[in-house]
Design a protein around this ligand. Structure first.
Ligand SMILES: [Zn+2]
Length: 501
């Protein structure tokens, strides 16, 4: 998961401030802010509107890397707006706001901000329709000196975390503004264009071209919306619970093809197991994509993507369990701020422990204890704070391992019944939305009646090795032997986090 760290800008609030000072009751139109207010990524997302739907309609030519088309955004304003930003890096040819041409400035500062000034200011609470037309070669576009588009010999990938959208569609690029999506991409015959949700149809458009049309009907974060173009074997099946189950395997997987397929085809079985732990699967479709070109895996909603080398040593159901656990922890309940990444990675790693137990390769207690015993007190591992790791360490191994051990410590404190009630209640009450670690802590204290805040202060927010291990003070297993699944999980995590390419 490469990161695109965006620099701080934002001068947009001066006008509002002066009005407050002079005591004018009605706010005058003001620019929407350039960021949504996330300290890790100040330019991520935008202020002043809330998106309900994206309709992305594109043509992509792998031979030239030219991506062209339109994205239509329906949204509601949340303030009176003189102008607003979208997060986007490509060259824009026109912008319409409510069918009237708007003026715009596209990525002029190289910071991925598309600044749109409508012909007339927009009232608060107004429905708006924004049509952005564009054409560019995404592999040539830099935002804050980085490129989040992966060009492949036979296609390309719009897949990354926390940002990838800006290289293929304009958006309000932060998990706090989820929306439904239609993604329709025309590509040369013989090439697939894959995305999230249900494949509505493939249709012949003109000689030599086919259009692939996908729909996501549940709220979806922008970074979890993906595009994979290339030569793929595409399998359309129906899962035992009656949902579309679409898997795709790159033609370039080579020797990893068999192991990738043996892992990803087990997705419905793994989702069934995870449902027994976390509550009902929240989405309308299932699947997975195995591809070359990336050294990580990512939990794209309904259809995770897996870099082929994850399967270099054979099948790896553990990584499929990790990415599909994110369908609950990450996709259904997304981070409120990027500093809350433990809510994603700690729980997805803990789900690997649960899966390990399920298949008889080591229990969560053994795995968490092994992590605890493996790292001595002076190991820099214990200096990373899973609850606020900093942008540079957002995907550090300790966020995953120390983060999962913290969850075992929580389970030890509250007991199994309360533990699983907390996880399921979190999903039920925060589903299709977002949550913060402070919200989770409050819920866990309320359900368990135990001092969860104090425990998580130690495990998530305090540098140094916790004095009490994840299974309690009496459960030290100083000579614990490595659980059977530990190396597999650790290797999978190194792949997932992009450490092994
Ligand atoms: Zn993960």
């Amino acid at each position: 998961m490469r990161r695109t760290v965006r620099g701080a800008t934002g001068t947009a609030l001066a006008c509002v401030t002066s009005l407050l000072i002079t005591g004018v009751a009605a706010a005058a139109p003001a620019p929407g802010s350039a960021g949504i207010g996330d300290p890790y990524y100040p330019n991520a997302g935008n202020g002043g509107y809330d998106v309900s739907h994206y309709d992305i309609r594109l043509t992509y030519q792998p031979a030239t890397d030219v991506l062209a088309g339109t994205t239509t955004i329906t949204a509601t304003t949340t303030q009176e707006l003189s102008r607003f930003d979208l997060d986007f890096g490509l060259k824009v040819t026109s912008v319409l706001v409510n069918n009237v041409p708007a003026t715009f400035s596209a990525n002029a500062a190289g910071d991925g901000e598309l600044i749109v000034t409508p012909a007339k200011s927009l009232a608060k609470g107004q429905s708006i329709t924004v049509v952005v037309a564009y054409s560019d070669r995404p592999s040539t576009v830099q935002i804050d000196g980085e490129n989040g588009w992966t060009k492949l010999p036979d296609g390309a990938l719009g897949v990354n975390e926390p940002q990838s959208a800006a290289w293929w569609y304009p958006s309000n690029d932060h998990p706090t503004d989820k929306a439904t999506f239609d993604v329709s991409v025309e590509v040369p015959d013989g090439v697939a264009a894959l995305s999230n949700g249900t494949l509505l149809r493939t249709s012949k458009t003109r000689a030599g071209w086919t259009r692939w049309s996908w729909r996501s009907t549940k709220p979806q974060a922008t970074y979890l919306t993906s595009l994979e173009v290339g030569k793929f074997e595409v399998n359309q099946q129906v899962s035992p619970d009656g949902k579309p189950f679409v898997t795709a395997y790159s033609a370039n997987l080579g020797d990893t093809y068999g192991a990738a397929k043996a892992s990803i085809e087990r997705t419905p079985e793994i989702l069934d197991f995870l449902s027994s732990q976390f509550g009902p699967y929240p989405f309308e479709a299932e699947g997975g994509v195995a591809t070359t070109g990336i050294g990580f895996a990512l939990e794209n909603q309904t259809r995770p993507v897996y870099g082929s080398r994850i399967f270099a040593f054979g099948s790896n159901a553990s990584v499929v369990a990790h990415e599909n656990a994110h369908q609950w922890f990450g996709d259904n309940v997304s981070v409120g701020r990027w500093s809350d990444i433990w809510l994603n990675e700690g729980f997805a790693t803990y789900a690997q422990y649960l899966w390990s137990d399920h298949v008889g390769e080591g229990t969560p207690a053994e795995l968490a204890q092994y992590v605890y015993d493996l790292h001595p007190a002076d190991d820099p591992f214990w200096q990373v704070l899973p609850g606020d790791p900093s942008p540079a360490k957002q995907f550090d191994g300790a966020v995953y391992d120390r983060g999962a051990a913290a969850i075992q410590a929580l389970r030890t404190l509250v007991g199994d019944d309360a533990f699983f009630t907390i996880l399921r209640t979190w999903q039920q009450t925060r589903g299709y939305s977002t949550g913060r670690i402070s919200d989770f802590t409050a819920l866990a204290e309320k359900i368990s009646g135990k001092p969860v805040y104090s425990l998580l202060q130690t495990w998530l927010y305090t540098a140094g090795k916790p004095a009490v291990g994840p299974n309690g003070a009496t459960a030290r297993l100083a000579a614990a032997k490595e659980p059977k699944s530990y190396k597999e999980i650790r290797t999978a995590l190194d792949f997932i986090s992009g450490k092994l390419k």
